[in-house]
Design a protein around this ligand. Structure first.
Ligand SMILES: Nc1nc2c(ncn2[C@@H]2O[C@H](COP(=O)(O)OP(=O)(O)OP(=O)(O)O)[C@@H](O)[C@H]2O)c(=O)[nH]1
Ligand SMILES: [Zn+2]
Length: 353
């Protein structure tokens, strides 16, 4: 692939266009401030079901879904946010409600962003379900990347191994050993099949009364599992009270779905892959939960935990206190960070503006 270098002039023009686009965005938000108090009903508590462009679909505690504009004072607003909103009293007005304020978040799911460092994708999530599958490939390397991302956000992860109907005797030993290792360091592991229904009831009770999000690589069966626990996942979108003239949005925005048994799911195509390039090596090592007891004990402060003398982590591996597979995956992640940062710097020059 050829890497075309842009001239300074081209970059300047791209940046100017980007700023213009941002300004246009702000102007749209200002329309909410034109709302006069007399046109708005009393304040209500609500949850952001979906956020897109300058709008948010908010579900009130009374169960009504209202498409809202945002006050200019609202900073970041994402799916799962708890808000104070006011519905419009005049149904003929172009918007149906206004988000007035956002409550503090109990957790944030973030991903690195070229502009802002880190971007919040969803809020108030209780657990991240890391879906993996027996085929096409079972990979602890991939599971460990997702685990690091979840630990970095401070949201408890749960490992879900799907497609166990396809488990053969040849694969069983390797997979069983890996699952034993994850359980030993404190992670919950669910073995399920969305095809045969095996383990689905247990999975459903895990979701009760919590806000959960499914993540995992393409093809592992996330959508199939969501359909198992929530067969009518599409219904909610059709009910939004919408005066904005924007029509229904069937885009890739994250959305919050209610489970029949209580509990919510956030369906977010944007977090299928977690990038880790924004993390330092120290942070990654902290995100390997079983390393924590041994961190800070190495002879050299800048120990790379490779062949450095007096490395406490390596000693723990040799003593069987840390699984070698996890230690190797840690080093694979560290090696990939610099590659990803490099790729990002190149992209920053091209699509940053
Ligand atoms: N044998 C078997 N196949 C499954 C199972 N769950 C899902 N599949 C199949 O795996 C394929 C991918 O499933 P999806 O649910 O689309 O996977 P996904 O993770 O949502 O994929 P993306 O939308 O690309 O992120 C489909 O052909 C499913 O029929 C299972 O438990 N057993
Ligand atoms: Zn070390």
């Amino acid at each position: 692939m050829s890497k075309k270098k842009l001239t300074h002039g081209q970059l300047r023009r791209m940046k100017a266009n980007h700023e213009k686009r941002l300004q246009r965005g702000n102007n749209t938000e200002e329309s909410a401030t034109e709302f006069q108090d007399s046109l708005l009903g009393p304040e209500q508590e609500g949850t952001v079901i979906s956020r897109f462009g300058q709008h948010a679909d908010v579900e009130t505690t009374g169960g009504e879904l209202i498409r809202c504009n945002l006050r200019r004072t609202i900073g970041s607003l994402v799916c799962g946010d708890k808000v104070v909103m006011r519905p419009a009293t005049d149904p003929s007005h172009t918007i149906a409600g206004v988000v007035e304020a956002v409550h503090p978040r109990r957790s944030t799911l973030t991903r690195p962003d070229l502009y802002d460092g880190v971007k919040v994708v969803a809020a108030n999530i209780d657990q991240i379900l890391i879906v993996s599958s027996v085929v096409p490939v079972f990979s602890t390397q991939i599971i460990d990347r997702y685990l690091v991302a979840a630990e970095d956000c401070g949201i408890p992860p749960v490992i879900v191994l799907n497609k166990i109907d396809l488990l053969t005797e040849e694969m069983a030993t390797e997979i069983d050993q890996a699952l034993v290792r994850y359980r030993a360091i404190g992670y919950q592991v669910y073995e399920v099949s969305s095809r045969t229904g095996a383990g689905i009831e247990e999975l459903q009770s895990l979701l009760d009364d919590k806000v959960s999000i499914f993540t995992g690589q393409s093809g592992v069966g996330k959508s199939s599992l969501i359909n198992c626990v929530l067969p009518d996942a599409q219904l909610l979108i059709g009910d939004v009270s919408d005066n904005s003239g924007l029509g229904q949005h069937t885009t890739t925005a994250s959305r919050l779905l209610h489970l029949p048994s209580g509990g919510d799911l956030i369906d977010s195509p944007g977090v299928r892959e977690f990038a880790l390039w924004h993390l330092t090596a120290e942070r990654v090592s902290w995100c390997f939960v079983e390393f924590r007891d041994h961190l800070g004990g190495c002879k050299f402060r800048d120990c790379k935990h490779l062949d450095d003398p007096g490395c406490r982590l390596r000693e723990a591996v040799e003593q069987g206190k840390i699984a070698r597979d996890r230690f190797n995956n840690y080093h694979r992640i560290i090696a990939s960070l610099s590659e990803q940062r490099h790729a990002r710097q190149f992209r920053a020059g091209v699509d940053d503006f």
